[in-house]
Every structure is written in structure tokens, then in C-alpha cells.
Write a protein that binds this ligand. Structure first.
Ligand code: FES
Ligand code: FES
Length: 182
């Protein structure tokens, strides 16, 4: 819900909106053409959301909007007004990494790390709606997230391992606690 509009001396209209980011209501003043990725990074200092192509091709800017992965470079901040957004900063809970994050570390699924925030969020959306995906389903879920470094094999293994509650092959299982989310 747009709280109010303000027109500058230069005639530019700005909108006071509220983004529900990682569980917090954040009110920001944005231009009508402000892009969500830029507002998250520049106004809210949530720089874990990366920008690559800014064309909706690479997925590095992926965030969850109402639980669904979206390219935040292709979403107007106004469109996200009043809606729930999860960025990579909101994935770990009380400093405890999500199982997908742990698994990606344990499977060496990160090299430069630029794709990782978007990759984690796409994987998280998948495991939330489908806790036990097949390998093709994992590959499909992350197909919008390009990685220049890893070749995807370790990433796919990491997501599958997280879905199965295990660490790297041969290692012990996650000490899952009741209520843990993946
Ligand atoms: S920066 Fe958004 S899809 Fe590439
Ligand atoms: S780890 Fe470098 S782009 Fe994926």
C-alpha cells in the first residue's frame, strides 16, 4: 500500500512505500521507476543481493517475493510494496546458517560466490515447496541462476544433500532439530 506521494521541486514524484524485508517493515521513498534490486542494495544496504546482467538473465539478483524466486532487477519497488521479501540476509536464523548454505560450503559449491545468494534463494524456494526433489527438479529450479565458476555439479549435489539432511558424501548427517527449516 503506497503510504503517500511526494513531488519534489524538480517535479519528480516519489512514493513512500513499505517493504516487508526479512521480517521487518522497511519504509522507503522511491521514484516510480525504482528497481527493487537497487532499493534493496542502495536504500536498505542489503548488498547480499547481487546485480549482474540487470536484464533478467543471470539470476544473481534473485530474492523471494511472497516465497517465490524473482529477479529483483526486473521488479519495480512499487510492485513489492506491502509484500514479503526474503533476501540472502534473511536466510540464516539467529546466526545459524540454513541447511542449504551449510551444504554448499561442505560441498565446495562456491567459488567466487557471486551467484551464491541467488542460488541459495532459488534452492530454498524449491525445498520449501518440494522437500525431496529429484536431480532434474533441482537443475530446473536453479536453471535461472547462472554460475560462471562451478559447473553446477557441486551446487546440485549440495542442494540434494540438504534435501536429504546429510553433509558431504561419507560424512555424518545434519544434527537436524525439530522445526528446522530448509
Ligand atoms: S542482475 Fe537480475 S537477472 Fe541478472
Ligand atoms: S561461484 Fe562464481 S559465479 Fe557461481
Amino acid at each position: 500500500m503506497i503510504n503517500r506521494t511526494i513531488t519534489d521541486n524538480d517535479g519528480v514524484k516519489r512514493y513512500l512505500i513499505t517493504l516487508n524485508v526479512n521480517g521487518d517493515a522497511r519504509t522507503v521513498l522511491v521514484k516510480g521507476n525504482a528497481i527493487l534490486a537497487n532499493v534493496l542494495r542502495d536504500e536498505l544496504n542489503l548488498t547480499g543481493t547481487k546485480k549482474g546482467c540487470e536484464l533478467g538473465d543471470c539470476g544473481s539478483c534473485t530474492v523471494l517475493l511472497e516465497g517465490k524466486p524473482v529477479d529483483s532487477c526486473m521488479v519495480l519497488a512499487l510492485e513489492a510494496d506491502g509484500r514479503e521479501i526474503i533476501t540472502i540476509e534473511g536466510v540464516a536464523v539467529n546466526s545459524k546458517l540454513d541447511a542449504i548454505q551449510e551444504s554448499m560450503i561442505n560441498h565446495a559449491a562456491i567459488q567466487c560466490g557471486y551467484c551464491t545468494p541467488g542460488m541459495v534463494l532459488s534452492a530454498k524456494a524449491l525445498l520449501t515447496r518440494n522437500p525431496h526433489p529429484t536431480e532434474p527438479e533441482v537443475r530446473e529450479a536453479i536453471s535461472g541462476n547462472l554460475c560462471r565458476c562451478t559447473g553446477y555439479v557441486h551446487i546440485v549435489e549440495a542442494v540434494l544433500a540438504a534435501s536429504e539432511g546429510r553433509l558431504a558424501p561419507g560424512e555424518h548427517e545434519y544434527p537436524r532439530e525439530e522445526g528446522d527449516s530448509i
